[in-house]
Write a protein that binds this ligand. Structure first.
Ligand SMILES: [Zn+2]
Length: 313
């Protein structure tokens, strides 16, 4: 068997674009990074992504390319179905086709949280497990599912979006979708900020609320506790729906929310799933590029790890 080629994973976010050359064991062999020229429009964003990928491909000589991007991605075509204003004009962009043309090879595309779930399942906190739910608690609250070792994308690429579940305590808080009462409205950076403002009249960032909670400030502590409890309870309910082997929490707010979420999760889990752990994701910002590379390796049919894993993916 010929040596497996390294793969390139690209992470297209609203502010930065990152690319990595990823080896057959999931290790990062090289990196490129640039600001995302979001205000210059989709063509400029794609040019930047292509340039970073090409530099790594030149180093490696060969290999497939996968992309994790902000927005909802049509799983059949690699086209953006929906994106927020963080990437103006990104909705409708044919990312797979356009990047494929620029790079002269097939490009596989998925949502960035989906890519993170694949990365964590491959070499992160979910390693060795084939059924996972991952939630990413940052400014907002995203989610993704891996089932039987594959991304479960749903009909429109949006499966696993846990942020819109009804959540107790979120009644006066607005979700990113515009509605009140959703989990993202309370259990996210934006949610912590808004809940603290309701409580105290002070508008500070979610990160600042977390810092104040860590010092023991009662109002901040209460806001964090409510958010963590809402998250833990919702995730426990999802365990009974999705039957994962583990639930992973990623994102900037993960450390803040995990202790309280774990307590609520454990208390709420039905007995049949009492051994399902709630774990911190371990790959950090690398999860998206590693998972995007994994997507390229799996879908391209390249032998990435071994025959067993190839067939499983
Ligand atoms: Zn919502």
């Amino acid at each position: 068997m010929t040596a497996p080629a390294p793969l390139v994973g690209v992470d297209i976010g609203g502010t930065k674009t990152a690319a990595a050359l990823v080896g057959p064991d999931g290790g990062v062999l090289g990196r490129r990074r640039a600001p995302t020229p979001a205000e210059s429009g989709p063509a400029a964003v794609l040019d930047t992504a292509a340039r970073l990928a090409r530099e790594l491909l030149d180093d490696a000589g060969t290999g497939g390319v996968g992309v994790g991007t902000a927005g909802t991605v049509d799983p059949a075509t690699g086209t953006i179905r929906y994106a927020t204003d963080s990437l103006p004009g990104w909705s409708g962009t044919r990312v797979a086709d356009e990047l494929g043309e620029r790079l002269g090879r097939p490009v596989l595309v998925t949502n960035d949280v989906n890519a993170a779930a694949l990365g964590e399942a491959w070499v992160g906190a979910g390693r060795g497990r084939t059924h996972l739910l991952l939630v990413a608690a940052g400014t907002g609250l995203g989610g993704a599912m891996v089932q039987s070792g594959r991304l479960a994308t749903g009909a429109r690429g949006a499966a696993g979006e846990v942020g819109h579940l009804p959540a107790t305590g979120a009644e006066r808080l607005r979700c990113g979708c515009g509605r009140p009462g959703h989990l993202e409205g309370i259990a996210s950076g934006t949610g912590l900020s808004a809940a603290y403002a309701l409580e105290t009249g002070l508008r500070i960032t979610g990160q600042a609320v977390a810092e104040r909670a860590a010092t023991g400030e009662p109002a901040a502590r209460q806001v964090v506790d409510r958010a963590a409890t809402a998250l833990g309870r919702a995730l426990a309910g999802l365990v009974a729906v999705l039957d994962p082997q583990a639930v992973l929490v990623a994102g900037g707010a993960a450390d803040t929310l995990l202790p309280g979420a774990r307590a609520a999760f454990t208390a709420e889990l039905p007995a049949a799933w009492a051994d399902v752990p709630l774990l911190a994701a371990t790959l950090g910002a690398d999860a998206v590029v590693v998972g995007a590379a994994r997507l390229a390796g799996v879908a391209g049919g390249a032998p990435t790890v071994g025959d067993d894993e190839r067939t499983r993916w």
